[in-house]
Design a binder for this molecule. Structure first.
Ligand SMILES: [Zn+2]
Length: 128
C-alpha cells in the first residue's frame, strides 16, 4: 500500500468530521496495525470529537470509514469509537479485523465501557 493513501485517509477523516460536526476536529495520526493476539486493522487518532457526536453521526462516520477501507483494500469485522476512560472525548476511530479470541469479547452489544460500536459483522461486510 502506498503511504499517500493513508495521507488521503487522514485528510478525509479530518475534513469529514469537521463538516459533520462543525467543530475543529484534528486527526494527528492514522495507522495500520497488527496486534499480538492476531487482530489487525486501521486506526485514526482523534482530537476534538465528543462521544455524543460519534453517536449522532455514526452513519456518516461508518460510511466514511468504509470508503477508506475500500481505498486501502482492507476488510474488517467491526468499526468503533473509543473514548478516553471517564471522559466524553473520542480519542480514536478503529476498524478492526478480529482474531477468534477478541471475536468473543466483542460479541456483546457493549463490549467495553470505553467503546462505542458504530458498525459490525454482516451489515459491515455487506457494504464494503
Ligand atoms: Zn485479537
Amino acid at each position: 500500500m502506498k503511504l499517500n493513501l493513508l495521507s488521503d485517509a487522514r485528510n478525509k477523516i479530518e475534513n469529514d468530521l469537521q463538516n459533520f460536526t462543525g467543530k475543529f476536529v484534528y486527526v494527528p495520526e492514522v495507522k495500520i496495525f497488527k496486534m499480538a493476539c492476531g487482530c489487525s486493522g486501521f486506526l485514526a487518532d482523534i482530537r476534538g470529537l465528543e462521544v455524543e457526536d460519534a453517536e449522532v453521526f455514526h452513519k456518516h462516520i461508518t460510511k466514511m470509514i468504509k470508503k477508506i477501507l475500500k481505498n486501502i483494500t482492507m476488510k474488517v469485522d467491526i468499526v468503533y469509537a473509543r473514548n478516553f476512560p471517564g471522559t466524553s472525548m473520542v480519542v480514536g476511530l478503529t476498524a478492526r479485523k478480529l482474531c477468534n479470541r477478541c471475536k468473543k469479547e466483542f460479541s456483546g452489544k457493549s463490549p467495553r465501557p470505553d467503546i462505542l460500536v458504530l458498525s459490525r459483522g454482516k451489515q459491515l461486510v455487506k457494504s464494503i
